[in-house]
Design a protein around this ligand. Structure first.
Ligand SMILES: [Fe+2]
Ligand SMILES: [Fe+2]
Length: 312
């Protein structure tokens, strides 16, 4: 039997209205959102590492300032998303605990190393580019706090994608060694960035329910195709080769043909066996432990202020 609360929820979803924290929602909807938003938040925070690693080595003051701003944006994205997840009843401490004990999942893309400066270009162009394709439709996600966080995040992601493109463009107009470095970075990040959209539609068990709840608006394969539509003309401008000899537009299907993605690699990295998984979680745990005195000081200050307010 459908209760009034359930009927109201279904009505809001059908009308493309937003579900807000005060509204009744099915448990499974809440759980799905907590999982998705917290994983998304963790990805933003872990995603600071491959680029944070290059801030001290950026080739000029200007590049350093831009990269620092970009990495700070990612920290901000993590914070909006943790706050959005908290409105669903999970605490920040619980989420942090899941991350630093290695129990939480985050985007497998951040478990790859960034050995050269050109990786900063490839990450911005490909990883932030894929993030935009994934996130623009999430601005209309049915859960209000998630959709609203996404609007601001997307604006910043588009700056990130352009700064990556511009790094690659500069390298591609440079010496043969610089061009080679740019091409090598794109070769390494291209396939993992395509994996960011998740498994093919016929192997994506949770997609149908998320689509029915209007959290997800396009399928994994549709988003992957959109991403290719963005990359192909930009690769041409860059003079960079996308490392797939089977990649071409197919007039009949109205889609890009491409080689098979190596899903074994994807599932291995997701299961914690990627090149950098252990290091990423270790660095996060260490940062959390080293920040303990800051949290203590902030809490002590808050107590002092509260006591003063009571006394006044
Ligand atoms: Fe981000
Ligand atoms: Fe970004």
């Amino acid at each position: 039997m459908t209760t009034d609360a359930e009927a109201r929820f279904d009505e809001l979803i059908a009308a493309d209205s937003r579900i807000e924290p005060r509204d009744w929602m099915p448990d499974a909807y809440r759980k799905t959102l907590i999982r998705q938003i917290s994983q998304h938040a963790h990805s933003e925070i872990i995603g600071m590492q491959p680029e944070g690693n290059w801030i001290t080595r950026a080739p000029s003051l200007k590049r350093k300032a831009i990269l620092m701003a970009k990495v700070q944006d990612e920290a901000g994205h993590g914070l909006y998303l943790y706050s959005a997840a908290q409105t669903l009843g999970i605490t920040r401490d619980e989420m942090t605990e899941q991350l630093i004990t290695g129990r939480a999942k985050y985007s497998s893309i951040f478990n790859y190393p960034a050995p050269t400066w050109a990786d900063m270009g490839a990450i911005g162009w490909l990883v932030d580019g894929a993030a935009i394709c994934n996130q623009v439709p999430l601005c209309r996600a049915s859960y209000g706090p998630y959709g609203r966080a996404m609007v601001r995040i997307c604006k910043e992601e588009s700056f990130h994608q352009r700064q990556g493109f511009e790094i690659l463009l500069t390298l591609m107009q440079g010496t043969p060694a610089q061009r080679e470095m740019a091409q090598d970075a794109v070769n390494r990040w291209y396939w993992p960035s395509l994996m960011m959209f998740g498994p093919p539609d016929d192997q994506s068990p949770n997609s149908a329910q998320s689509t029915a709840w209007k959290i997800k608006r396009f399928s994994n394969d549709e988003l992957r195709q959109r991403f290719l539509g963005m990359l192909v003309p930009q690769a041409e401008i860059l003079g960079i080769t996308l490392p797939d000899e089977n990649l071409r537009w197919n007039d009949e299907t109205g889609q890009y043909d491409m080689s098979e993605i190596d899903w074994t690699e994807f599932f291995e990295v997701l299961a914690g066996r990627g090149p950098m998984n252990t290091e990423r979680v270790r660095a996060r745990r260490e940062a959390h432990e080293n920040g303990e005195w800051v949290r203590e000081a902030a809490a002590a200050y808050a107590r002092k202020q509260a006591a003063k307010a009571v006394a006044a």
